[in-house]
Design a protein around this ligand. Structure first.
Ligand code: 8YV
Length: 316
């Protein structure tokens, strides 16, 4: 089994009982493509990250490969159709990261609305030498309308948090969620109606052919001028040029972004000079507790499949 980033050794105990485990030795540096291809040629299992492309080239040159476990709930880096064709089980890490990612999405809502990062920088930079009633005044979150695009497990967890803030909850999803409507007071809306009515538009959709670029010029134009756009789903769901334009021209008021079209984001990206943008380095699930659980789950998935058992969390 090859693990494509350095993970804490103890998270892979279950796996090590079943397999010889090789690991890329760096935590923050992605495994080079040629190393990944070479390791895949001889591996029965791969424990991969979102940054690893598990495509046709890799899968067709991995004759012993039985299982790929991605350290993420998303798996848009993996050609799952090809994997199925080649009898390779693909696994993800759902559930264990739901609450941490929802916490972070909510942190972005609060940070963007209440200008938390801008205000913290103001203090740290020694600029706090007076006071005025509207100094760094932001927008309220409580009692506002939140529109959740992508009402999966994480979307529902965000809705639970929004209920605690007495928010009015709208959602858009490829299929209706009767349980969320009943238990979370979430009201289904067409995409454009949701955009028109929401104070906070929160993207938590997976990246698919339908969601790619769905937040385009027309979408931002449909939002309120006071709207704050949050993305804790996938960067490619957004036309970034359109978002930059919407922010620069007052079409919407602000954004809280954990994901980007290209990650890491370029150091000269226009987002980085905008006070109304809170940009984070894709840390949605990055609590120590959750990252340990994700690694353990990915390791167990591989161990189960190599043992001839069903994976705990296969993707389809
Ligand atoms: C990643 C994520 O797991 O789960 C996902 O789909 O986007 C994140 O939680 C993280 O970036 C590590 O790949």
């Amino acid at each position: 089994v090859y693990v494509t980033r350095k993970l804490p050794e103890e998270t892979l105990n279950a796996l090590k009982e079943k397999a010889e485990v090789g690991m890329w030795p760096h935590e923050e540096k992605a495994v080079p493509r040629e190393v990944l291809l070479k390791e895949a040629q001889k591996a029965e299992g791969l424990l991969t990250m979102l940054s690893d492309k598990v495509d046709g080239e890799l899968l067709d040159n991995a004759p012993s490969l039985k299982v790929v476990a991605n350290l993420a709930v998303g798996y848009d880096n993996i050609d799952i159709h090809k994997a199925k064709e080649n009898n390779v089980t693909v696994c993800n890490t759902p559930d264990v990261l739901t609450d941490s990612t929802a916490d972070l999405a909510f942190a972005l809502i609060l940070a963007a609305a209440r200008r938390v990062v801008e205000s913290a920088n103001y203090v740290k930079e020694g600029k706090w030498n007076s006071w005025g009633p509207l100094l760094l005044a932001g927008a309220d979150v409580h009692h506002k309308t939140i529109g959740i695009v992508g009402m999966g497990r994480i979307g529902e967890a965000v809705a639970r948090r929004a209920n605690g803030f007495d928010m009015n909850i709208l959602y858009y999803n490829r299929n209706r969620k009767p349980d969320a409507e009943r238990n979370l007071n979430a009201e289904y809306k067409d995409f454009y109606d949701l955009l028109k009515e929401s104070d906070f538009v929160v993207c938590l959709a997976p990246l698919t052919a339908e969601t790619k670029g769905m937040f385009n010029r027309e979408a931002f134009q449909a939002m309120k001028k006071s709207a704050i756009f949050i993305n804790a789903g996938r960067g490619a769901s957004v036309d970034e040029e359109a978002l930059v334009d919407a922010l620069q021209n007052g079409i919407i008021a602000g954004a809280g972004l954990d994901v980007f079209e290209k990650e890491p984001i370029a150091v000269d990206h226009p987002f980085l000079t905008m006070n109304q943008v809170v940009a984070l380095p894709h840390i949605g699930s990055a609590s120590v507790e959750t990252r340990m659980k994700m690694a353990e789950l990915a390791g167990r998935n591989i161990a189960f499949v190599l043992d001839g058992k069903a994976a705990e969390t296969p993707v389809s």
